[in-house]
Write a protein that binds this ligand. Structure first.
Ligand SMILES: Cc1cc2nc3c(=O)[nH]c(=O)nc-3n(C[C@H](O)[C@H](O)[C@H](O)COP(=O)(O)O)c2cc1C
Length: 454
């Protein structure tokens, strides 16, 4: 994808610590298109000499499996709450490129609606997929994917193998003409840690297969075949990226996981190669080229797609993101994994969110209850951060926590501290419609893969 027109720099937004006045909103003038197509000159001179073209990059197995046209091994990653919208997935699919619908955080009924919309709009064989985001209605989404025959799934935020993933994978197994076992339900696992890669590079764990068999969710034949295929067709190594990030460095992480893949291929004698691609910080042709120099089979983008016409984010967000410079992002606690210290990369410029969220996290770590916060800090939080009393904030947080599964943080010490989460959800229902007054407190997931300097 490419940004065709960047908006002028808005000098009124000089600091994230200064209150910003509502700026004029102009509609984002961007449309989803193959990244490479708009800057043909950028890669071509040295590449042409070496006989390399945009279409020759990437794994041929990958291109064949996903039936991507023009042989572009470029994928648009899922973005939560339908920011990677059905419209985006349809446009990508019609352009012959794979993208994953952002099913994370959506109710299964909304996911089903999007799947039906995508399937009705695309011709058979045009590529599309949907995200299975760990912790977001896995069982219901797997059932939906199986019901509607969604063949491509992007699995993300997984820490270990789950029965939902195994069920999805096994239900698509079949014997191919050459006698090998064919996995029709493809999984692209996005991860940034070798131990998680290991789980996806291996066949389904026997104990999960046995349980699914006992529950009658997979057949005896599928259970038997499961030993012959890995859990994933593709591993997408996520270096430092927009949204949740382990702040990995592609140049070190990628070779480690490529070697791990090679070892797994040899150990299990899989017949089909497992592809390894990468994501994180890819937004311009040079970054694409750098990834392919590292030997990836495909690349995946995220942040840059958030500025496209087709993205489900608001015009206001798109405008803000088009002003982005490479130094305009920061790290903040992740609302959904606040308690374990997970981080997200977010837009910093013109927003209070990262500073405030980090301050709240510091407080969370330094005191045991809200009563222990010194009066000055408590006043600042109430007046500036939340514009309401701590009692009210806590009430909202408690209500939000009550919707979480049993065993979640509401029963622990951190029950006092889901403010960050409560505030985010209160201000930003569904994550999409954002208004001017509220946006300064918003968490806008983004990496510096900037449209600005295209
Ligand atoms: C706003 C936003 C929301 C995201 N939501 C999800 C998600 O729900 N599921 C997922 O697998 N990845 C999600 N991602 C990660 C992207 O799919 C992609 O892996 C990442 O953005 C790539 O790094 P980049 O942002 O530097 O391009 C999100 C990224 C952004 C920017």
């Amino acid at each position: 994808m490419i940004i065709k027109a960047a908006l002028p720099h808005d000098t009124s937004l000089s600091s994230d610590l200064k209150e910003v006045a509502p700026a004029a909103v102009s509609p984002a003038k961007v449309r989803a298109e193959p990244l490479i197509a708009a800057s043909p000159g950028t890669l071509e001179p040295p590449a042409r000499q070496a006989g390399i073209s945009a279409t020759s990059l990437g794994s041929r197995h990958f291109k064949a499996d996903y039936q991507v046209q023009y042989a572009y091994a470029y994928v648009a990653g899922a973005m939560v709450h339908g920011i990677a919208s059905a419209v985006m997935v349809i446009r990508m699919g019609r352009a012959g490129m794979l993208s994953f619908f952002g099913s994370g955080g959506l109710a299964p009924s909304a996911v089903e609606q999007a799947i039906v919309q995508i399937q009705q709009a695309l011709q058979p064989g045009q590529p599309y997929g949907a995200n299975l985001l760990n912790g977001s209605h896995e069982e219901a989404n797997v059932a939906l994917f199986l019901k509607h025959g969604v063949r491509n799934t992007g699995a993300s935020a997984y820490l270990q193998m789950t029965s939902g993933l195994v069920r999805y994978r096994l239900c698509g197994l079949k014997r191919a003409g050459d006698g090998s076992v064919l996995a029709r339900n493809r999984i692209m696992a996005k991860l940034s840690r070798p131990e998680i890669a290991a789980a996806f590079l291996h066949p389904a764990p026997e104990r999960i297969v046995r349980r699914l068999r006992e529950q009658g969710l997979v057949s005896a034949q599928q259970a038997e075949w499961s030993t012959q295929v890995p859990m994933a067709d593709d591993i997408c190594v996520e270096a430092d990226s927009g949204g949740h990030t382990d702040r990995g460095v592609a140049a070190t992480l990628l070779p480690a996981i490529q070697r791990q893949r090679d070892a797994a291929m040899a150990a299990h004698a899989y017949r089909k190669p497992i592809r390894v691609g990468c994501a994180g910080g890819i937004g311009i042709p040079e970054a694409v080229a750098a990834a392919f120099v590292l030997g990836v089979d495909f690349i995946l983008t995220g942040s840059i797609n958030q500025c496209t016409v087709e993205a489900g984010s608001s015009e206001l967000v798109k405008d803000r993101l088009q002003e982005l410079q490479v130094q305009d992002t920061d790290y903040a606690p992740a609302g959904d994994m606040f308690e374990i210290g997970a981080r997200v990369q977010v837009l910093k410029r013109g927003l209070f969110f990262p500073v405030r969220a980090n301050k709240l996290y510091e407080l969370y770590r330094s005191v045991d209850s809200i009563e222990q916060i010194d009066p000055g800090t408590a006043r600042m939080i109430q007046e500036k951060y939340f514009q309401r009393s701590l009692a009210e904030v806590y009430g909202t947080a408690d209500a939000v926590s009550a919707t979480l599964p049993p065993g979640s943080d509401r029963r622990t010490r951190s029950a006092q501290w889901p403010w960050h989460r409560a505030d985010r959800r209160t201000r930003c229902p569904g994550g999409i419609p954002r208004t001017h007054p509220a946006i300064v407190s918003e968490s806008l997931h983004q990496s510096p893969s900037a449209p600005r300097f295209l």
